[in-house]
Structures are given as structure tokens and as C-alpha cells.
Ligand binder design. Structure first.
Ligand SMILES: Cc1cc2nc3c(=O)[nH]c(=O)nc-3n(C[C@H](O)[C@H](O)[C@H](O)COP(=O)(O)OP(=O)(O)OC[C@H]3O[C@@H](n4cnc5c(N)ncnc54)[C@H](O)[C@@H]3O)c2cc1C
Length: 309
């Protein structure tokens, strides 16, 4: 068995989710190859070659892959992937953009967002917004799988010494082109990689009040997230949304502030190691999943916590 892992990167830095995806590949067993598709991504290939457990790094360096447009990367992965038993990518926006196309080209079912590996052909994945866990067995010749990063502890970033091989194939489907991107810049940790997340909900009342959460987060070295209600109300941008239709996080500590605890929100954070809820309504469902609950007005509690932190 040989497993192909698609590296998640921005041509400069290998994203941590790749390490969780390799961890899933290690559980499946067999040789692990990592594909770096990009342009000028030499540093990423070097980092991938150092990942513990990786045997080979394939580098497809071409202008067609510069922005990892799925229309161009998917045919490359499908072509290379035919020779593999499994193709894995992190269940990020990028992975979720590329792998379904690969599965379609290979005419196999995709197995989405696995959270555990039972054997080489059997996996567990959440369904119904995480309210049930399905065990899925696949007899596809090539198993195309997205991996929920929070389900697997990352492998070591250092310690491997994989060979690096260039891949010549250039697929430019010519049906899409990169126009531009607007990336949110923040000195705080990235939401899905942060050890501590402080999230605000509708109870924050407006975007300006998020300054109380930013002050606390900066003291704790935390990332700031939000409920969908807070995003839909325009308090904060949608890349901060945690939940079923937002980001999935599983930090050491999740502090939910003015969030009621709808199942769609819980789907994105209930695997956090310790959950703290602050809500003025003692009946709020968030208290059912919280390890520590504080029934209080957030506008008093948060500044007090920030002063103590
Ligand atoms: C298909 C679908 C997908 C969805 N995806 C997501 C998702 O990804 N993420 C997500 O979050 N939601 C999602 N939702 C929405 C979800 O159902 C809820 O509507 C949403 O999570 C509610 O957000 P909230 O808890 O901030 O708001 P509310 O439910 O309105 O809760 C606000 C809470 O703040 C408390 N509060 C108010 N003032 C204060 C104060 N001063 N001090 C302390 N507490 C206070 C209140 O007691 C209340 O509990 C989805 C819904 C659907 C249908």
C-alpha cells in the first residue's frame, strides 16, 4: 500500500494540517508520499521531506498550480493518484475543493472528514452535524479521503528524510483563472491551530464589543472565533465562524461568550479539551457541554477576566 497525501501550503509555508493528515496516513499503514503542487514552493517541499514517516515528496512546480486552482490541481492528483491505494487531503477549503473532483475523475466515492482509521478500508466520520458517527467501509480501488485535522494528533514536523522528486505533468484546464485574494491579517494565532479560542456570539451585541474578547484573547495568546449569528449580524468576518458551516476547532481551551450552544455551533467545537461557557441565561444549552460554566453578564465578566489574566 502506498498513500498519497496532498500538502496544504501557500507556496511558502507547509500548513500544520498536513501533519495531521500524514498522521491519518500513518494509521492506515504503508509508504507515504506527499504531493506539493504549487509554484516556487521549494521551501514547502523541503519541509515536507522532513516530516516523520514520509518516504517521498513529489513536487509539481508549475504556473498552472501557483494558486492551487482545483480545476488544474485535481487532474494532476487524479493522474498521479491512480497508482496509489489512498489519496488523502486535509478537510480544509482547499482539500474540500480538490478531492471531490479527483474522486469524480477516478469514478470512486469520496470518504469525507474522517476522524479515525479503523483499518485500511474502514473509517469513522461524523454525520448529522456530529450527532452520529458513521463507520464507513470502502472497497474502492483508490480510496479518496478528506481528513478532519482535529481527529488526529500531528506527526512530528522533523525527523524524516524523504527523497524529493519533480513531477513534470502540467494540467492547465484553462477554465478558471486567479483574479486576486483578500487575506485577513492578524497577529493572533490561526483559529484552527490555536491552543486557546475565545468565541463571541449574538450576546456581544455588536462588532465594537468584540474588543473585550480581543483584549482577553491577547492576554491568553488565544484566537478569536464567533458564532454564525455574530457573523450573520455583521459583527465580525465570516472566516471567524466556528461550527457546522464554519471552522472545526478542538483547542485545549474553548471559551464561549454569549453563545447559546446551538447544535450547529457545537458541531465545530465540542471536541475541545476544556469548554468554558459564559452566559447570562442559566438554561442556555451551552452549559450542557461546558466543563466550567459562569452565569453572568459578559460585559462584567470578560473585562474582569482580562484584568486577572
Ligand atoms: C444549516 C445551518 C448551519 C449552521 N451553521 C452554524 C455554524 O457553523 N456556526 C454557528 O455558530 N451557528 C450555525 N448555525 C446557526 C445556529 O443554529 C444558531 O442560530 C447560532 O449558533 C446562534 O448563535 P448564538 O449562540 O451567538 O446566538 P443566540 O442563540 O441568539 O444566543 C445568544 C446567547 O447570548 C446570551 N447573552 C445575551 N446577552 C448576554 C450578556 N450580556 N451576557 C452573557 N450572555 C448573554 C443569551 O443568553 C444567549 O444564550 C447554523 C444553522 C443552520 C440552520
Amino acid at each position: 500500500m502506498t498513500i498519497l497525501v496532498i500538502a496544504e501550503h501557500d507556496n511558502k509555508v507547509l500548513a500544520p494540517a498536513t501533519l495531521n493528515t500524514v498522521a491519518a496516513a500513518v494509521k492506515i499503514g504503508g509508504d507515504i508520499h506527499v504531493l506539493v503542487a504549487g509554484q516556487g514552493a521549494g521551501a514547502v517541499a523541503e519541509a515536507a521531506a522532513k516530516i516523520a514517516g514520509v518516504a517521498k515528496v513529489l513536487v509539481a512546480d508549475n504556473a498552472a498550480y501557483a494558486h492551487q486552482l482545483p480545476e488544474n490541481v485535481a487532474p494532476l492528483v487524479a493522474e498521479l493518484g491512480k497508482g496509489y491505494s489512498h489519496i488523502l487531503a486535509a478537510a480544509t477549503s482547499n482539500g474540500k475543493n480538490i478531492l471531490p473532483r479527483v474522486a469524480a475523475v477516478l469514478d470512486v466515492d469520496q470518504i469525507s472528514e474522517i476522524i479515525s482509521v479503523e483499518s485500511a478500508d474502514t473509517f469513522k466520520r461524523p454525520i448529522y452535524a456530529g450527532n452520529a458517527i458513521a463507520t464507513v467501509q470502502s472497497n474502492a480501488a483508490v480510496k479518496v479521503i478528506t481528513v478532519r485535522a482535529t481527529g488526529f494528533d500531528p506527526v512530528a514536523a522533523e525527523g524524516g528524510s524523504a527523497s524529493v522528486e519533480a513531477v513534470g505533468a502540467a494540467h492547465d484546464a484553462g477554465i478558471s483563472s486567479f483574479v486576486g485574494e483578500e487575506l485577513a491579517k492578524s497577529d493572533r494565532p490561526e483559529l484552527t491551530a490555536a491552543k486557546i479560542v475565545v468565541s463571541g456570539g449574538r450576546g456581544m451585541q455588536n462588532g465594537d464589543n468584540f474588543k473585550h474578547l480581543y483584549a482577553l484573547a491577547d492576554k491568553l495568546g488565544a484566537a478569536v472565533g464567533a458564532s454564525r449569528a455574530a457573523v450573520d449580524a455583521g459583527f465580525v468576518p465570516n472566516d471567524m465562524q466556528v461550527g457546522q458551516t464554519g471552522k472545526i476547532v478542538a483547542p485545549q481551551l474553548y471559551i464561549a461568550v454569549g453563545i447559546s450552544g446551538a447544535i450547529q455551533h457545537l458541531a465545530g467545537m465540542k471536541d475541545s479539551k476544556v469548554i468554558v461557557a459564559i452566559n447570562k441565561d442559566e438554561e442556555a444549552p451551552i452549559f450542557q457541554v461546558a466543563d466550567y460554566g459562569l452565569v453572568a453578564d459578559l460585559f462584567e465578566a470578560i473585562p474582569e477576566m482580562a484584568a486577572l489574566a
